[in-house]
Design a protein around this ligand. Structure first.
Ligand code: GLA
Length: 382
């Protein structure tokens, strides 16, 4: 059964009727552009064939009933008085989107819905953005509103910033909305100009390796990094590190506190790597892609300091396996996943070997699986 079919079956069991609307929104992997988004920089992600489905119907009253099929919990709210439920914090991603739409004057009435997802949670693959974006595409069918795809991505980011309280950039929501089947995405987070990036060869697979070390960056290290970047930019009289040139940085980097100097250097070099990686991917230049992935990881590890020993080990182990083009950490950091680019014919042995070597060295079980770059969020006809 597909994700949607499972969600529909769960809806019928839970609510005793058939849903009238459905939407899916994918998770994402960031190939390059780590923490560049809120600095106004460049990103190069792909949406994945791991997604969140939302199916449901309007009820005509003001009650919002959401059933999370994956952990069998139902939460109930009122559309006329949105209140967070501390026992069901997962529902805040849905409510945050309702809240933003209401702030724009969209009349959101009562509805009941089922959420079902195969995006691993807390792994750095943007299960949160997938839920926000699925909610927006679902609600658009029940309570039509006139927002374009970029406006929806920004609205979902704002929902996470303001309602959930996570100061994320736009990378995740952008990727979930704009995903391209079989392609990467490029976004300039300052101008919001974006394009699809087709890899110059079709024998490259994306392999995700989840260290199964969970992370939570709400309020913690993520916020600290963001503040360090903003402080570094302010030192140069700029709002965003994107606006600081290399000349300016080199002339005055020594005036910065060491942590801010390192964070800024990561961002400045990472922005360059995104552009180089975009070109290397288009040209199918795997040697260069491998080098850039290694540099990107080293920069996260040493300058941005958002990796972990397990993730560092996974990157080293991956690079020793035949058929691996390159590997790096992906997402917010402090655990989660690595992204590996691997020649397609080497994928089964790569996955087996990486998991075995990681287990041998740490005793931990990693989840290693190939993903496809997938289409972005869309409504699904029922
Ligand atoms: C998380 C955030 C994104 C981005 C990445 C790091 O996924 O939600 O906005 O900052 O970390 O690139």
């Amino acid at each position: 059964m597909t994700l949607i079919e499972n969600a529909v079956a769960a809806y019928t069991r839970q609510f005793g009727s058939a849903p009238t609307a459905a939407a899916v929104a994918p998770g994402r992997v960031e190939i390059m552009g780590n923490h560049t988004d809120y600095n106004g920089g460049f990103v190069l992600p792909a949406a994945l064939d791991k997604a969140t489905a939302m199916v449901g119907a309007a009820t005509g009253d003001s009650a919002i009933r959401i059933y999370a099929a994956d952990f069998r919990r139902e939460a109930v709210f009122s559309a006329s008085n949105l209140q967070r439920d501390p026992h069901n914090s997962w529902a805040s991603y849905v409510l945050g989107v309702v809240d933003q739409l209401q702030q724009l004057g969209v009349k959101i009435g009562g509805f009941q819905a089922v959420i079902h997802s195969d995006v691993p949670g807390g792994a750095g693959l943007s299960s949160s953005a997938a839920l926000e974006v699925a909610t927006a595409f679902f609600l658009k069918q029940l309570f039509p509103f006139d927002l374009g795809p970029m406006q929806i991505a920004r609205l979902c980011q704002k929902a996470e910033n303001e309602f959930v309280g996570v100061p994320c950039g736009i990378l995740d929501q952008f990727s979930s909305v704009f995903g391209i089947d079989g392609g990467l995405l490029f976004l300039d987070c300052l101008t919001l100009e974006h394009s699809a990036v087709k890899m110059g060869r079709d024998d490259i697979a994306i392999v995700i390796c989840d260290s199964n070390v969970k992370h939570a960056h709400a309020g913690g290290d993520y916020t600290t990094r963001r503040a360090e970047c903003m402080a570094a930019a302010a030192h140069f009289g700029k709002q965003l590190l994107r606006e600081v040139t290399w000349e300016e940085f080199i002339a005055r980097e020594n005036e910065l506190p060491e942590n801010q100097r390192k964070r800024a250097k990561h961002i400045l070099t990472e922005d360059e790597r995104v552009l180089l990686m975009r070109d290397a991917a288009k040209a199918g230049d795997t040697a260069r892609m491998g080098l850039l992935l290694a540099e990107g990881h080293a920069s996260c590890r040493d300058l941005f300091e958002n990796s972990t020993p397990e993730i560092d080990l996974l990157v080293v182990l991956a690079s020793q396996i035949p058929g691996c083009i390159g590997a790096k950490m992906t997402g917010g950091g402090w655990g989660g996943c690595t992204v590996n680019l691997v020649y397609a014919n080497a994928v089964p042995e790569f996955c087996r070997s990486l998991a075995a070597r990681y287990k041998e060295r740490t005793g931990n079980i990693a989840s290693v699986y190939a993903c496809r770059a997938a289409q972005g969020a869309h409504a699904v006809p029922l």
